[in-house]
Design a protein around this ligand. Sequence first.
Ligand SMILES: Cc1ncc(C[n+]2csc(CCOP(=O)(O)OP(=O)(O)O)c2C)c(N)n1
Length: 655
Amino acid sequence: MANAIRALAMDAVEAATCGHPGLPMGAADIATVLFSRFLKFDPADPAWPDRDRFVLSAGHGSMLIYALLHLLGYEKMTIEELKRFRQFGSLTPGHPEYGHTPGIETTTGPLGQGIANAVGMAIAERHLAALFGSDIVDHTTYVLVSDGDLMEGISQEAIALAGHLQLKKLVVLFDDNGISIDGPLSLSDSVDQVKRFEAAGWAATRIDGHDPAAIAAAIEAAKKSDRPSLIACRTIIGYGAPTKAGTEKSHGSALGAGEINGAREKLGWTASPFEIPAAIRAQWRAAGERGRPARLAWQQRLAALDPAKRAEFTRRIGGALNENLAAAVAEVKQKLAQAPKEIATRLASEFALEALTVALPEMVGGSADLTGSNNTRTKAMKAMSAADYSGRFIHYGVREHSMAAAMNGMALHGGIIPYSGTFLVFSDYCRPAIRLAALMGVRVIHVMTHDSIGLGEDGPTHQPVEQLAALRAIPNLKVFRPADVVETIECWQLALQSKNGPSVLALTRQNVPQLRVGFDPENRCAPGAYELIAANGGKADVSLFASGSEVAIAVAAQKLLAAQDVAARVVSVPCFELLFAAPDAERAAIIGHAKVNVGVEAGIRQGWDAIVGSNGAFIGMSSFGASAPYKELYQHFGITPETVAEAARKGLKKV
Ligand SMILES: Cc1ncc(C[n+]2csc(CCOP(=O)(O)OP(=O)(O)O)c2C)c(N)n1
C-alpha cells in the first residue's frame, strides 16, 4: 500500500517535470499506517465536523496527500488530477490549497505554519468538546512535519503553547529524514527534537518510520497520552530510489526515468505509470470506507441532541452569525448617542466587545501578552486553560506568529471566530499567517492597537509607520482604522460579517473625540469611506480624507478653512479595501471632485494616491517616529490641523 503512494508520487512529479518526490516516498509508511488504521474520516463527507484532522505541514510533499486522497476514494481526486499535478486549474496544485481541493484542511507550503495551524485546530476541538460534549466533538489532530517545519521559529511558539495547554489530542509525526535542500541536516542543525518537545511538556518518542508495527504502537500510545505527542519517525528520504534515496537529490526534483525504473525494481512495483494493481486499490478503498459507520453513528448522536443545542452547533460550524449581532450593535450605538465617549479606539473596541462577545458566543479572544493594552478581554471572559477549555480568552504568551497561525487553525476547524490582540507594529510578526488567512479566505480578526506615533513615549521601535500600507498590500485582507467609538463598533460589525477573509482593526492608544453624535442605525463604514462633514454651502473646493485618529485633525482643519472662507468637506476612510471594492459610481461620489484633495494619516503615503490622486497632498509620516509625549510628536512631524489647512490652501493656489 505504501508503495502505491511512492509510485504515484514518482509518476506525478515526473509528468509535471517538477515537484517533490522525496517526502512522499519517505513518509509513505507513516501515512499508510495512519490513514488505514487510525485516522477517522469519510471520503464521502470530507467536511464531517467530527473527523480527525490531518495537516501536511511540509506542504512541498503535496503528492503524499494527493496520492492518499486518490487511493482512499475521494471522488474528485481522480487519476487524471494526479496526471495534471501542478497544472493550471487542477486539484493538485504545487502545494496543498484549502478550499480548492476537498480533503485539504489547510494551505501549507510556508514551513512551520501547518504545525501552528494544527495547534489551533486542537484548541478548537478541546474548546468545542467542553461546550458541546464528547459525543459530538471528539477528534484528534495529526500533523506531519519535516525538518524544515521544526527549524522554523514559529514551531517553537506553537509547541510551547500546545504543551502548556496540554493538548492531548494533538499528535505530531516528524518525518525525521535528516535531509533538507542544502544537504544533510548536520550542515545547519543539531537539535535533539525529542528532548526539545519533552522540555515543552510533550510526550516524545523516536521510532523507525519504515516499521509499520512501531508506527502503530507509537500512535496507540499517543492516543492514550495525557499530553500532546511527538513521534519522531526515522525515515529515508526518497525511499526506494536506487541512487538518490537518503540524499537531497530526491527532495525537490523529478527523479528521471532511469532512477524511477530502478526504484520500481527495488520496491518490486511492476505496474505501469499511474496504474494501481487491483488488489492494492481494493485495500486502499477498504481503508477509505472504514470511517463511514463512525460518521453515521455521529450523525445519529447529533440528531438525538437537544434541538436548541443541535441548532447552535450546526450554526457555529457553518459559520453563520446569529441575529443578536445587529441588536447588539444597535444597542451600543444607542448608548453612545445618549452618552458620547471621548476614549481611545482600543477602549472603544473593549466597549464593543462587551456586547459582541455576549451576542456571539463563538468569539474566542486573546492577546500576545498585551491583554491590558489591547483591551481584548471582557469582564465576563474566563481564561482558557488545561484545566478548563471552555474559557474564551487565550493568553497566547509573547508568541505573535503562532498566535496568528493558531487563529487560522481555529477558523479552519470551524465553530469559532478567533480574535486576538497585539501592537500594530508587531503585525510584522504575524504577517505570514495573516497572508495565509487571506489566501485561504478564513475569518480571523486581529485587534492591533497602538496604531501610530500616537502611542508616544515607547518610541520608534513601537510606532508603526509603514504597517498600514504593508497590510493594505495583502489581497483579501480588510484593514479597518476607525476614527471614533461609533466607527469602532461599525468596523467590528463589518469584520465579523467578513466570513471569507481576515480583518485587522488598527486602534489608537490615545483618546479621540466621538465625531458621530446622535443615533444613526446605518453602518456608515460599510462602503469603506463616507462624507463625515459636508462643505459649508454644499460645494467643496477641498476634500480632506483621513483615517483613525487623524479624522479629528481633518475635522479641526475644516473649521480653520471655513474661518478663511474655504469650503472643505471631510471624508472618513476607515477601510481602503471596502472603498476600492465599491461600485465605480459610488466610489467616485465618495471621493468627489473637489479642486484639491488632501489625505491625512500618521503613516506613509503609499496607497493614498488611489484616493487623493498623485496631485493630491498628503500629511503623514515619511520617516520613523521618536520617543516623546504624543502631542509633541504630532507637532514635530507636522500632522496638525494647521499643516492640513495649509496644504489645502497651497493646493488651491496652484489650480
Ligand atoms: C518558510 C519557508 N522557507 C523556505 C521554504 C523552501 N523550502 C521548501 S522545503 C525546504 C526544506 C526541505 O527540508 P525538509 O523540511 O527536511 O523537507 P524534506 O527535504 O525532508 O522533504 C525549504 C527550505 C519554504 N517552503 N518555507
